[in-house]
Design a protein around this ligand. Structure first.
Ligand code: NAD
Ligand code: UDP
Length: 321
C-alpha cells in the first residue's frame, strides 16, 4: 500500500509515518511545517519507502495513493487560535482536497476528527451518538466547527460519491515530540516541572481530561484504517479520567520537582469534563489503550529531559518568553 499522511511532520503524524513504514508500506508525508518539524522525521528521510513534501493542504494536490490519513491541522488551542481563519481553511479546504483526491484515485481516507466536536459536553462519558455542545462563535470554534464540517464533508462524499471514509474522534493524546511551547497541558506541566517554574493550573484544576499515550493512539488509527466493519465515527482515547490538578500532582511526583502549583484564569469555553466511551472501538477494532498514564508520563518526561540537556528546551521556551 502507498499511504499519504498529511500533517506527517507533527506529533501524532510522525509516529504514524514510522509505524506505517515498519508495517511495510510506502509513505508520502505532506506538511506545511506550521507546527510540524523536519526533526521529527529526520530518522526516516533516508528510508527508501519514505517521501517528504512541503505542501499546504488548503491547496489541491494530485498523487497516486491507496490510503490517506488526513492529520493536517494545528491541534493545541494556542496554535489553532493563532490564525483562526487559516485553521478553518485547513479543516474545510484541506478535507475537501483529500476527499476529492480519494474520490479520484479511489483511495480510502481516514479523517482525524476530535473530541472537540462534543464541545463542553452535557453527556458523560461521550458516546459517538452524542451531537455535542459547541459554541459556534467562541475562540475554540475555528477548530471545533472546522472539524465538525470536516466530518460532514466525509459523510457527504461517502453518501454522494461512494468515497471510502473512516472517521475517528481523537481524545487528548500525549507523548514525546509534543512541542515544548505549544501550550497543551501535558507538555506545559512537564516543561514547567523540569525547569523548576510554577505549574500553571487554569481555573481550579477540577476540570477533567482522559490522556492517551501516542503509541496506543497510532495503533487505533491503523486498526481503524484496516477494518471494514464501520466507517465511524469512532472515539479513540484512553477512558481513564483525571482532573488537571491530579495530572499536575503526578508530574511533580514523577519529576521530583519543587515547582509550586499556581492558578491562572480558566480560558473561555474550556470543557469541564471529558472522557471517551470506547465501546465502539473495542467492538469494531478490537482496540483499547494499553499504556497507563504514569508509564506514558515517564517516557514523555524522558524526552523533555533530553531536550533540557541539549539546550533545546531552553531555546523553545525563551522564544515565547
Ligand atoms: P500537530 O500540530 O503536532 O500536527 C499537525 C501537523 O499538521 C503539523 O505537522 C502541521 O505543520 C501540519 N499542518 C497544519 N496545517 C497544515 C496545512 N494547512 N497544510 C499542511 N500541513 C499542515 O498536532 P497533533 O497533535 O499531531 O494532531 C494531529 C491531528 O490529530 C490533527 O488533525 C488534530 O486535530 C488531531 N487531534 C489531535 C489530538 C491530540 O490530543 N494530539 C486530539 C484530537 C485530534
Ligand atoms: N491547562 C492548564 N494549564 C496549562 C495548560 C492547560 O490547566 O498550562 C488546562 C486547560 O485549561 C484544559 C486542560 O488543561 O482544561 C487541557 O488543555 P489542553 O490545551 O492540553 O487541551 P484541550 O483543552 O484542548 O483538551
Amino acid at each position: 500500500m502507498r499511504a499519504l499522511v498529511t500533517g506527517g511532520a507533527g506529533f501524532i503524524g510522525s509516529f504514524l509515518c514510522e509505524r506505517l513504514l515498519a508495517d511495510g508500506h510506502e509513505v508520502i508525508c505532506v506538511d506545511n511545517f506550521f507546527t510540524g518539524r523536519k526533526k521529527n522525521l529526520e530518522h526516516l528521510l533516508d528510508h527508501r519507502d519514505f517521501e517528504l513534501i512541503r505542501h499546504d493542504v488548503t491547496e489541491p494536490l494530485l498523487l497516486e495513493v491507496d490510503r490517506i490519513f488526513n492529520m493536517a491541522c494545528p491541534a493545541s488551542p494556542v496554535h489553532y487560535q493563532y490564525n483562526p481563519v487559516k485553521t478553518v481553511k485547513t479543516s474545510v479546504l484541506g478535507t475537501i482536497h483529500m476527499l476529492g483526491l480519494a474520490k479520484r484515485v479511489r483511495a480510502r481516507v481516514l479523517q482525524a476528527s476530535t473530541s472537540e466536536v462534543y464541545g463542553d459536553p452535557t453527556e458523560h462519558p461521550q458516546r459517538e451518538t452524542y451531537w455535542g455542545h459547541v459554541n459556534p462563535i467562541g475562540p475554540r470554534a475555528c477548530y471545533d466547527e472546522g472539524k465538525r464540517v470536516a466530518e460532514t464533508l466525509c459523510f457527504d462524499y461517502h453518501r454522494q460519491n461512494g468515497v471510502d471514509i473512516r472517521v475517528v474522534r481523537i481524545f487528548n493524546t500525549y507523548g514525546p515530540r509534543m512541542l515544548a511551547d505549544d501550550g497543551r497541558v501535558v507538555s506545559n506541566f512537564i516543561v514547567q516541572a523540569l525547569e523548576g517554574k510554577d505549574i500553571t493550573i487554569y481555573g481550579d484544576g477540577s476540570q477533567s481530561r482522559s490522556f492517551c499515550y501516542v503509541d496506543d493512539l497510532v495503533d487505533g488509527l491503523v486498526k481503524m484504517m484496516q477494518q471494514i466493519a464501520t466507517v465511524g465515527p469512532v472515539n479513540l482515547g484512553n477512558p481513564d479520567e483525571f482532573t488537571i490538578r491530579e495530572l499536575a500532582e503526578q508530574v511533580i511526583a514523577l519529576t521530583g520537582s519543587r515547582s509550586r502549583l499556581v492558578t491562572r484564569p480558566l480560558p473561555q469555553d474550556d470543557p469541564t469534563r471529558r472522557q471517551p466511551d470506547i465501546s465502539r472501538a473495542k467492538e469494531h477494532l478490537g482496540w483499547e489503550p494499553q499504556v497507563k498514564l504514569g508509564d506514558g508520563l515517564v517516557k514523555t518526561i524522558a524526552y523533555f529531559e533530553e531536550l533540557l540537556r541539549s539546550g533545546e528546551l531552553h531555546r523553545a521556551t525563551m522564544k515565547n518568553g
